[in-house]
Design a protein around this ligand. Structure first.
Ligand code: GSH
Length: 209
């Protein structure tokens, strides 16, 4: 087998799963290097040379020159640039890809992350949990409205913009699943979108299904 073109440094969390999904979707030749964040492997000097904030995922592309990326949104937009099949097919769609990708990185990801964090720490801070739960629902409303008028988030076909939000909503490792946010009962368009993506072998592999 040829030397893998990509090395993905990841872990089994929604941000790590995003990049597996993208690489599988385009049938890229990649190897997976687990970084066990439960054991603190993200804090080593060697890993921080790849990802300065000590967070997965990071990606090396064995190109000339070699390219190293951190931040899942940057990695996904880079892969979209390399593989047009998971990008928008014209300028209007490509700017939508950027907008929805940045939206997940700036809104859904951090807000769902804080929602999960406040569930997991003691002493229980009920106002904080309610605060972030409301903000998660606000994000779900944004997704639901968009998906009630568009097959996928950025275009009528699947792009990296869908990948960013999909794992955060659907994965068993998502805080929305762990802490019982009942989006399946309340958001029919998100259900339609999520179930469509779940049919993809790339998505099933990324989510370990
Ligand atoms: N904005 C970053 C967030 C990355 C992130 O939060 N990764 C988590 C796992 S999902 C992590 O590495 N956590 C370990 C830590 O914070 O020490 C991205 O989208 O890549």
């Amino acid at each position: 087998m040829n030397k893998p073109e990509f090395t993905l440094y990841g872990w089994n969390t929604p941000n790590g799963q995003k990049i597996i999904l993208a690489l599988e979707e385009v049938a890229a030749n990649y190897q997976y290097q687990p970084i066990d964040i439960s054991q603190g492997e993200q804090h080593t000097a060697a890993f921080k040379r790849l990802s300065p904030d000590g967070k997965i995922p990071a990606l090396i592309h064995s190109a000339e020159p070699e390219i190293t990326l951190f931040e899942s949104g940057a990695i996904l937009l880079y892969l979209a640039h390399l593989y047009p099949a998971i990008h928008g097919s014209n300028t209007l769609e490509r700017v939508q890809v950027m907008s929805w990708t940045f939206w997940q990185i700036g809104q859904l990801g951090p807000l769902a992350g804080q929602f999960g964090r406040f569930h997991a720490i003691t002493p229980i801070n009920t106002p904080a949990i309610h605060h972030f739960e409301q903000l998660v629902w606000r994000c779900l409303d944004v997704l639901e409205n968009r998906l009630s008028e568009s097959t996928f988030l950025a275009a009528e076909h699947f792009t990296v913009a869908d990948i960013t939000s999909f794992t955060w909503v659907t994965s068993n490792q998502s805080y929305l699943q762990k802490y019982n946010i009942a989006w399946r009962e309340k958001c029919p368009s998100i259900v339609r979108w999520s179930d469509t993506i779940l049919e993809k072998p790339s998505a099933r592999k990324a989510l370990g299904l």
